[in-house]
Design a protein around this ligand. Structure first.
Ligand SMILES: [Zn+2]
Length: 394
């Protein structure tokens, strides 16, 4: 007799008190099979809490735990750890290695990132004009979930000319500062404006006009370097990607490579042809979408001006003021609270709050499992009663 837990329970490998109780109970008394069911939100939160706690302990043991990297408060710290876990399929050892590489990189880039967090970027104004000409892109508004909307006109970009004018190192430093600004200001500002925690952004890439210039050595070098920074040091910040104006050949190539990609990644990517507007308006309000993409926004300037406008909650003075008040001191990033580290009273409070959250998640998990066990127990008792009645009749 046995019980098969729902998704994500590690069965006999799970060491938590809940599962030990249920497995024992199952072996002694219950004949039931619950396998194949989808994990509930409670179960997922329970597993997430355990994984974050394990990663926290691993990083604390090596002195690599830091707080304040991702924004406002301890919940942002927790979500940052979770992003690294998700990027490594919840493998704690791999997530810890990825985190360590991020910390080493941040130490090397300290000045650039500190400036980026404050909205100051390495490129000079004349270089920014060049970058706009050869790599047009920008932030504009939010999607219906309150996430920042990033737009890139990839088909109009010319990486070789960009790198002839601006060194790869300077451009990557600029993009790194922008990524830091996104993490420390843009996304937290969206969270405040939307009234709930925002973790990622929506991306629209226009590939109209894409050609060999977008696949030469310069393009590979440029995109590879940027992708390395975003993927390794700011993981799991892509909520959805819409590639628009994709030609038939582009879609053919996509259909060919799609089966080789991670299904979770594929689910976030939408390849659209020239009739993309209806789809975009399903996820972005018209006043947040530039007119050149089929929306109603017409910020002043070239190409509707929208792509350069940087319109969004991150430029709202009231929200910035609230962020400034809540943002931790970036000059001396504190060590995250941990049972293995020496910490201040406030860190102890944060640690207690995290333990309470984990206990609440575990409590929900216990409640759900007990419900299932009691339900099955009733079924077994009913079966025994029926059996008893039949025996008496014989
Ligand atoms: Zn606009």
């Amino acid at each position: 007799m046995y019980i098969i837990h729902t998704l994500n329970c590690r069965s006999h490998m799970c060491a938590c008190m809940v599962c030990m109780y249920v497995h024992t109970y199952a072996e002694l008394q219950v004949l039931c099979r619950v396998g194949g069911a989808m994990a509930s939100e409670g179960e997922r939160r329970h597993d997430d809490a355990l994984s974050v706690a394990a990663l926290r302990r691993t990083l604390a043991a090596t002195g690599l735990l830091r707080s304040g990297i991702a924004g406002r408060d301890e919940e942002d710290d927790r979500l940052l750890l979770l992003r690294f876990l998700r990027a490594r399929k919840m493998d704690v050892a791999k997530a810890a290695a990825m985190w360590e590489a991020m910390i080493r990189w941040r130490d090397q880039m300290e000045e650039v990132l500190a400036a980026g967090a404050a909205g100051e970027f390495p490129l000079r104004p004349e270089e920014i004009q060049i970058a706009r000409e050869f790599h047009p892109r920008g932030y504009h508004g939010v999607d219906k979930g309150g996430r920042p909307l990033y737009i890139e006109l990839l088909g109009n970009s010319d990486p070789q000319k960009l790198l002839e004018a601006i060194s790869l190192e300077r451009y990557v430093a600029h993009r790194s500062a922008e990524a830091e600004h996104m993490q420390i200001t843009r996304i937290p500002a969206c969270s405040l404006a939307f009234g709930s925690r925002i973790e990622a952004q929506m991306v629209v890439i226009d590939v109209a006009g894409i050609g060999m210039k977008n696949f030469n050595a310069s393009a590979r070098q440029l995109l590879g370097a940027i992708q390395h920074v975003l993927g390794q040091f700011y993981p799991e910040t892509l909520h959805s990607l819409y590639i628009i104006n994709a030609s038939r050949s582009f879609r053919f190539v996509w259909a060919w490579i799609r089966p080789f990609l991670d299904p979770a990644t594929v689910a976030r990517i939408h390849i659209l042809g020239h009739d993309y507007t209806t789809t975009l308006l399903e996820v972005v309000d018209a006043d947040q979408l530039p007119s050149f993409l089929g929306g109603k926004c017409t910020c002043p300037g070239d190409k509707g001006g929208c792509i350069w406008s940087d319109k969004g909650p991150w430029n709202d003075a009231a929200i910035l003021e609230r962020l400034g008040r809540l943002r931790p001191n970036k000059q001396t990033p504190p060590v995250m609270s941990s049972p293995l580290s020496t910490y201040s009273f406030s860190s102890k409070v944060l640690d207690l709050q995290q333990r309470i959250s984990a206990a609440e998640a575990e409590h929900a998990h216990i409640k759900m499992l007990l419900k299932k066990v009691l339900s099955k127990q009733d079924e077994v008792l009913n079966m025994l009663q029926d059996l008893g009645v039949k025996q008496c009749r014989h």
